[in-house]
Ligand binder design. Structure first.
Ligand SMILES: [Zn+2]
Length: 356
């Protein structure tokens, strides 16, 4: 049974607990049910009901439980979506989307279904009905108190009186279960999109020889690589691969395997995948800012390949830090560096990395 009263602008609610009818001491904002109005809420922006200590505590703790459950479901969704995205990479996107919707909504729905995530029952709430603001209550004692305080009974309805209007849809007009599922689903999909847009690592693919090669990422075509036998800033293929455990393979167009390695790619880092001609090696060329008169230091990339992780930022790809043939290094004034060390990736003969 539900009772409705007109809400006069100037009146406070009686100090009677709307849940149990005991004398109320602790004010709590009265819940407003869907109040579709193009100009926002009419009347008073907020109104307090006075709950007894027991009911106020119960409401606080149930709100805390609800928040904790929501956070747990959100964390579960984020972890599951992360695992799926890193595991599958750019493969099986449809499966990832299906998994995301299941992982973000099913735990909340299951908890609600099992009753572990109960719906909070509002025994008093405010509604906008046409031109009047109405306060509805479910408990007899509170209704009696309202009558004693001069509130006018407007109508008595037996069914929940909230009728979501069709022309203005908002989240509050949904039930609590679809609302939770929708919010968690939105969280899951936002996280999936973020992972796919920001979780990539940069991969530079180089192939020596005279024919094109194919890059396979986890068995899927990842691009065609033009051969390169000399240093060229545009050499090879630069691509982005979603981080995670990836198997990278290089095949010549004739079907011959040029190299294969399973490596963990970390988001935001840079990697080189290369099949090099015998006698050619990859080097870091490093020079400290301010040491323009000294020659650069060359050090081979650690590891055997074909996948190398670059531990430093690359300032220049396959371009000498020092202009070839000139005794003076290029002007340091042009360096976009605030100091420290400037580094280039070089493709040089293994025996003599430094130019004569
Ligand atoms: Zn109470």
């Amino acid at each position: 049974m539900e009772y409705a009263f007109q809400l006069p602008e100037e009146k406070l609610l009686p100090a009677i607990c709307p849940d149990c009818g005991a004398p109320g001491t602790r004010p709590r904002r009265v819940h407003r049910v869907a109040a579709p109005s193009p100009h926002g809420y009419k009347g008073r922006p907020s109104l307090d009901a006075f709950y007894c200590d027991l009911c106020a505590d119960e409401r606080s703790s149930s709100k805390t439980r609800e928040l904790a459950l929501f956070a747990a479901c959100g964390l579960l969704a984020v972890s599951a979506v992360t695992a799926a995205a890193l595991g599958w990479g750019s493969r099986a996107l449809v499966l990832q989307i299906a998994f995301t919707s299941a992982a973000s909504t099913l735990p909340a729905l299951a908890l609600s279904w099992l009753g572990a995530w109960p719906e909070r029952k509002e025994n008093v709430c405010i509604e906008e009905r046409g031109e009047t603001t109405v306060i509805s209550c479910r408990t007899r004692q509170f209704r009696r108190a309202l009558l004693e305080h001069g509130f006018i009974a407007e109508a008595i309805s037996e069914s929940p009186s909230v009728q979501p209007s069709e022309d203005s849809f908002h989240l509050g007009s949904l039930g609590p279960f679809p609302r939770r599922a929708l919010t968690l689903g939105a969280l899951g999909f936002t996280w999936l999109a973020l992972l796919h847009s920001l979780g990539g690592s940069t991969v530079r693919v180089l192939v020596s020889g005279h024919q094109q090669a194919v890059l396979l990422i986890d068995g899927r075509h990842g691009g065609l690589v033009d051969p390169t036998n000399d240093e060229d800033p545009q050499a090879g293929l630069s691509t982005r691969i979603l981080g995670g455990r990836r198997t990278l393979k290089l095949y010549a167009k004739t079907g011959e395997s040029l190299g294969e390695q399973t490596a963990t790619l970390w988001p935001g880092r840079t990697y080189i995948v290369a099949h090099l001609a015998p006698g050619q090696c990859l080097f870091w060329e490093q020079r400290k800012y301010g040491e323009r008169s000294r020659p650069s230091v060359f050090s081979p990339l650690p590891g055997l390949g074909p996948v190398w992780e670059l531990r430093h930022h690359v300032d220049s790809w396959f371009l000498p830090l020092q202009a070839p043939g000139s005794k003076e290094p290029q002007s340091e004034d042009d360096w976009q560096s605030s100091g420290g060390v400037r580094r280039a990736i070089r493709l040089r003969p293994c025996r003599s990395p430094a130019p004569p």
